[in-house]
Design a protein. Structure first.
Lengths: 233, 648
């Protein structure tokens, strides 16, 4: 009881103190521009995926303008390399729509699709090496679908002067523009890939069907055929 | 008639030749010096090649592009005349409409099934028959032509026979079956003595016409030279007569458990009683009927499959068994299949329905037709299988409940069979012929079997128009669905948000039966049926209930199903839908939006309003020509800047 009396006495001064504070709204000062920046309202979109029909038609063109089943036969070969299964195994992974079951076309890549690009690319490059670089007698350059250049035998160590024009042919074939317009590091990086692969191949399986130079060019081909610029536009 | 200049089958082949044409430069420009091209120039050229040539540019095409005299506008114009452009445009609409079948279509009652019986020497013999075929012999009327007592088998059309096969005497086989040289084996099946057997005398069949091995070989592995078929099915005349057996009361079926008492067994060992005569049959016994109608196929003993069995569809067994080979996947067109597989007989016609729709779209874009024709044209294209389908098979879909209204055979089909060229044989799979006018009720894609089966209900058909040709979608938002017995979905709380729009659209398809292509003419099927009355329970009779909706019953009677929202739309039909929809301003803007979005590779935003407006003007002023639209898109700055994200 005594505690309550003290509490009331303690609070009395507070109740009788200054009236409550009123905050009156006031007109704010307009913000002053610091700088004028134009806003770009143009729609921005990232690169899109090459439609699977275009991918397949390009692939077939690089395979020598073959029909799909003929390309499948050529890619599978008779050497037991197991480079290629069949188109039916790849058709959904490539992003084709299935109108029968209302599955829309895929417009973005995914892991399975990239893996499929890789497998198809390896099959293409290996068969192209056999067709363009190993045929006996060698085909005229104008008839080669992918490696339309003299491979410069013996150039395993590879210098830029020898490598660059040949790489440019492949760069144009797969990516559609001269290598000189690509980021500056591109040619040196592919040259390094070529050198490392060729050098490694010298000491690798001696029964390999590819010479070190052929293995080097095949590796460059793999790099380009699975390059994002090949699958996007 | 003329054959379409390019078919999908040739597109893949032509693409290569066309590419060479694109790379060719004028003689005067030979040796033209290279021009400086930026990375953006190269990217733009590659994008345009992908969009208009259908693949990335070759080295030769790049070399042509690099020459100083490269003419961008000329290149675009050349590309717009190529097959890849046609394929590209068709792909846009196929992506939206998805006009491929995920369905089986049985050609009943024209479907043949194949049964293996045992011959007198103990060797297997294949015999074809039709389910439901009327026969004068009570033991087999409506069933397989050899009775269970003769073969040991109880034959069922959709399942394997049951029983223990026994040797059937040769005289019995000869009495009830006959050997025929059918259309799927003989190119010259109409000849009195066919000799051009598939891959023998008929040396060069269409590569896409490939009967399965089971139809080409006898049970002993030898090439099939003739097929054995029940005698009734082998008859050739075009006309027959309604058959009345004289049986009007159905006897009781024997118990499946205990043997029937002596004297009560069904004749021939059959397990189901023979069909009895309906009242109509009794009254019209002997009336002439067309043998390619359901009435003739199921109501006459003297109606068969015609010369070379051309009015019937083969099957290598009973039920869902293969008949022909065709691809499962052909994303680059039928000329570039990815596989070839044995396919069910039931998939044969749906496969060709889809090709008809693609062929029609290809035609619109290849010939640069007024795009409004996609919903209004009477034109279509048929090949051999489609000719066979429209000539006779489609008639088997009619009539059931319609008979009660006086339509025993379809009187106003969407595709008039008389418009089918007489010289197209069922094996002519790669020969496509233009049909300038397939019938007065036809309306572009809207009345093709593929559209009508893919979008099986009136609402689905209306919604597809709304989505794909007006670029609108139904979104109920936060609509609250409260319990209601209101039959009018345009009024029912919650439902009305979408159905106020959807029901009038669906009404356009009132006269085309669901999951079918049977047309209900106004003369026989008024929107309000005065002849349909409610019973004491407030229900309609079977045929009335099948076609009319008791939920919309007023003083004049019930309403034709799907037609309540707009009797005017119901009577205007799909033709009216095509006319009305293409007059709407949204039709043009939707087409422009769909194509522009596809070429820009992104969704259209409000920032594109001025571009869309100018493109729509171009499109409409050109007479709704897609080539003008795509040319304008390809020449636009927006297309050049379409993928304008720069690498850091």
């Amino acid at each position: 009881m005594r505690v309550g009396r003290f509490l009331v006495l303690a609070l009395l001064p507070a109740c009788g103190a200054a009236p409550p504070e009123h905050v009156t709204p006031s007109q704010g000062m307009p913000l002053q521009p610091v700088a004028v920046v134009a806003i770009d309202t143009a729609p921005k979109e990232d690169l899109r995926m090459v439609p699977p029909e275009v991918y397949m038609r390009t692939y077939l063109q690089l395979f020598g303008a073959l029909a799909p089943l003929d390309a499948q036969k050529a890619a599978r070969g008779k050497d037991g390399a197991q480079l290629f299964d069949n188109w039916d195994a790849y058709v959904s992974a490539l992003g084709f729509p299935d109108y029968r079951t209302d599955i829309p076309r895929q417009t973005q890549t995914n892991a399975l699709m990239v893996a499929t690009f890789e497998r198809l690319g390896v099959a293409l490059c290996d068969r192209a090496v056999e067709h363009d670089l190993k045929a006996k007698p060698l085909l005229p350059v104008s008839e080669r679908a992918v490696f339309a250049f003299d491979p410069a035998p013996g150039a395993v160590s590879g210098d830029v002067a020898t490598f660059a024009p040949r790489f440019d042919v492949l760069h144009r074939t797969f990516l559609g523009y001269p290598a000189a317009l690509a980021p500056p590091a591109r040619t040196p990086r592919f040259l390094a890939l070529y050198r490392d692969t060729a050098a490694g191949h010298k000491t690798a399986d001696p029964k390999s069907r590819f010479t070190p130079e052929e293995a080097g060019w095949a590796a460059v081909c793999y790099g380009l055929v699975r390059h994002p610029e090949f699958h996007l536009y | 008639m003329h054959s379409l200049r390019r078919t999908r089958a040739r597109i893949a082949v032509l693409a290569g030749l066309f590419a060479a044409a694109l790379a060719v430069r004028p003689a005067s420009s030979a040796g033209s010096p290279p021009a400086a091209r930026s990375l953006e120039d190269y990217r733009h050229f590659r994008v345009a090649s992908i969009d208009l040539v259908g693949r990335t540019p070759t080295r030769d095409e790049l070399a042509a592009f690099e020459r100083a005299d490269f003419d961008w506008a000329h290149w675009v114009d050349a590309a717009l005349t190529g097959p890849a452009y046609v394929e590209r445009l068709t792909r846009i609409y196929m992506d939206a409409l998805r006009l491929e079948p995920n369905l089986n279509f049985t050609a009943n009652p024209a479907q043949l099934f194949r049964v293996q019986i045992t011959g007198p020497d103990g060797k297997p013999v294949n015999v074809l028959y039709r389910a439901g075929q009327r026969r004068t012999r009570e033991a087999t009327d409506g069933e397989f032509c050899l009775a269970p007592d003769e073969t040991g088998l109880i034959v069922r059309p959709n399942a394997a026979p049951i029983g223990t096969p026994r040797k059937t005497q040769q005289n019995v086989i000869n009495a009830h079956t006959v050997a025929v040289k059918p259309w799927w084996l003989y190119r010259d099946y109409k000849s009195p003595h066919p000799e051009q057997r598939y891959q023998q005398g008929w040396a060069n069949p269409d590569p896409a016409f490939r009967p399965v091995d089971a139809l080409l070989q006898d049970p002993d592995g030898k090439p099939t030279m003739e097929v054995r078929i029940c005698r009734e099915e082998a008859q050739e005349p075009a006309l027959g007569h309604l058959y009345a057996s004289g049986r009007t009361a159905k006897p009781a079926s024997p118990s499946p458990v205990s043997p029937p008492p002596s004297g009560h067994a069904l004749p021939g060992g059959r397990i189901k009683p023979a069909p009895v005569d309906a009242a109509y049959i009794t009254q019209h016994k002997g009336d002439v009927v067309a043998c390619d109608t359901k009435e003739g196929e199921l109501g006459a003993v003297d109606c068969g499959c015609g010369i070379g069995l051309e009015r019937c569809m083969p099957n290598s067994g009973v039920g869902d068994t293969p008949a022909f080979q065709f691809p499962n996947h052909m994303p680059l067109g039928p000329g570039a299949p990815l596989d070839s597989a044995n396919q069910s007989a039931y998939r044969w016609y749906p496969y060709w329905w889809s090709r008809e729709a693609v062929h029609f779209l290809d035609y619109l874009f290849d010939q640069d037709r007024d795009f409004r024709e996609v919903l209004t044209s009477h034109t279509t294209f048929v090949n051999g299988p489609l000719a066979q389908f429209y000539r006779s098979i489609q008639k088997g879909s009619c009539c059931g409940p319609e008979s009660a209204f006086g339509m025993r055979v379809e009187t106003e089909p969407l595709f008039d069979p008389s418009r089918v060229p007489a010289d197209l044989a069922p094996q002519d799979v790669e020969k496509w012929v233009e049909i300038p006018d397939r019938g007065s009720h036809s309306a572009g894609l809207l009345t093709m079997p593929m559209y009508l089966e893919k979008y099986a209900s009136a609402r689905a058909r209306g919604a597809a128009i709304y989505n794909d040709f007006l670029c609108k979608s139904f979104n109920a938002g936060q609509a609250e669905l409260t319990p209601s017995e209101e039959p009018d979905l345009m009024k029912r709380p919650g439902c009305q948000v979408c159905h106020a729009t959807l029901e009038p659209l669906a009404a356009y398809f009132t006269r085309i039966e669901p999951a079918s292509f049977v047309y209900l003419p106004e003369a026989l099927f008024p929107v309000k049926a005065t002849t349909c009355k409610k019973d004491k329970a407030g229900k309609l009779s079977g045929p009335c209930n099948a076609l009319y909706d008791v939920g919309f019953f007023d003083a004049t009677g019930p309403t034709l199903r799907s037609g309540y929202a707009s009797p005017a739309h119901a009577n205007a039909g799909a033709v009216g839908a095509g006319e009305d929809i293409t007059k709407m301003p949204e039709f043009a803007t939707c087409a422009v939006q769909r194509v522009t979005s596809s070429f820009l590779g992104r969704a259209i935003t409000s920032d594109d309003a001025s571009l869309l407006a100018s493109l729509t003007t171009e499109f409409v002023q050109s007479g709704y020509r897609m080539r003008a639209l795509v040319r304008a898109v390809a020449q636009s700055d927006a297309y050049r800047r379409a993928n304008n994200v720069k690498e850091n």
